[in-house]
Design a protein around this ligand. Structure first.
Ligand code: CA
Length: 228
């Protein structure tokens, strides 16, 4: 039985390949990305059971990847691969949301044990009823991705959902299109900021227009705010 899909972000080809083989041998599916940018992109686009993230990557460092990932994804467990002597990386990594770290060179058995522990922890966390975000009669369960206005369920696409969650985490604040774009679409999104307006229109159609009270407000020339 497949145990879950693990993303390996590691620029050292040999290490990445050994990790992949070991993980596949253990029954996981494993995908390799060799740069921070590609790794972040993959992690934002697809749901992985866990991410193994090398800290020393060319271009976007592992810590920067983690920081950007955690803006929208608080749940996917991340284990950092750090250099033996790099205490600051470990501390920063844990501070910004890594679940664990393994020091290179590592014993594969130890890494596998830490992967199992992180997955177990995440599994038991997902049995809790979830994190609720709410505003007025709007209720969002981040874990089950259920959205309700009053007692009516609202169906959102994954991107619409992520956009709504981002707004709800910054209530009353005026958010610029660029802020929204960076957080919801990712920093390396190449399209223009019009996509934000398009998606705001989509969620308004589902969430606001059918109801008396509008929650999403346009702030002319600046961006959008969610408030009662
Ligand atoms: Ca490296």
């Amino acid at each position: 039985m497949e145990k879950g899909h693990i993303l390996i972000v590691e620029d050292e080809e040999k290490i990445a390949r050994v990790l992949q083989l070991e993980l596949e041998y253990e029954g996981y599916k494993a995908t390799i990305k060799e740069t921070g940018t590609e790794g972040l992109h993959a992690a934002l686009e697809e749901k992985f059971a866990l991410v193994l993230l090398d800290v020393m990557l060319p271009g976007l460092s592992g810590l920067e990847v983690l920081r950007r990932l955690r803006k929208t994804d608080m749940h996917t467990p991340v284990i950092l691969l750090t250099a033996r002597d790099s205490i600051p990386d470990k501390v920063t990594g844990l501070d910004i949301g890594a679940n664990d770290y393994v020091t290179k060179p590592f014993e594969i058995e130890e890494l596998l044990a830490r992967i199992r522990a992180a997955l177990r922890q995440n599994g038991s966390a997902s049995e809790d009823p979830g994190t609720f975000l709410s505003l007025g009669d709007l209720q969002v369960n981040e874990k089950t991705r259920e959205v309700k206005r009053g007692d009516q369920e609202v169906e959102l696409t994954p991107r619409e959902f992520d956009l709504l969650v981002f707004l709800l985490k910054h209530p009353q604040q005026v958010l610029t299109r660029e802020q929204i774009l960076t957080s919801v679409w990712g920093f390396d999104y190449l399209g223009d900021t019009n996509v934000v307006d398009v998606y705001i229109r989509y969620i308004r159609k589902k969430l606001d227009y059918p109801y008396e009270k509008q929650l999403i407000h346009t702030v002319r020339g600046v961006g959008y705010a969610i408030k009662e």
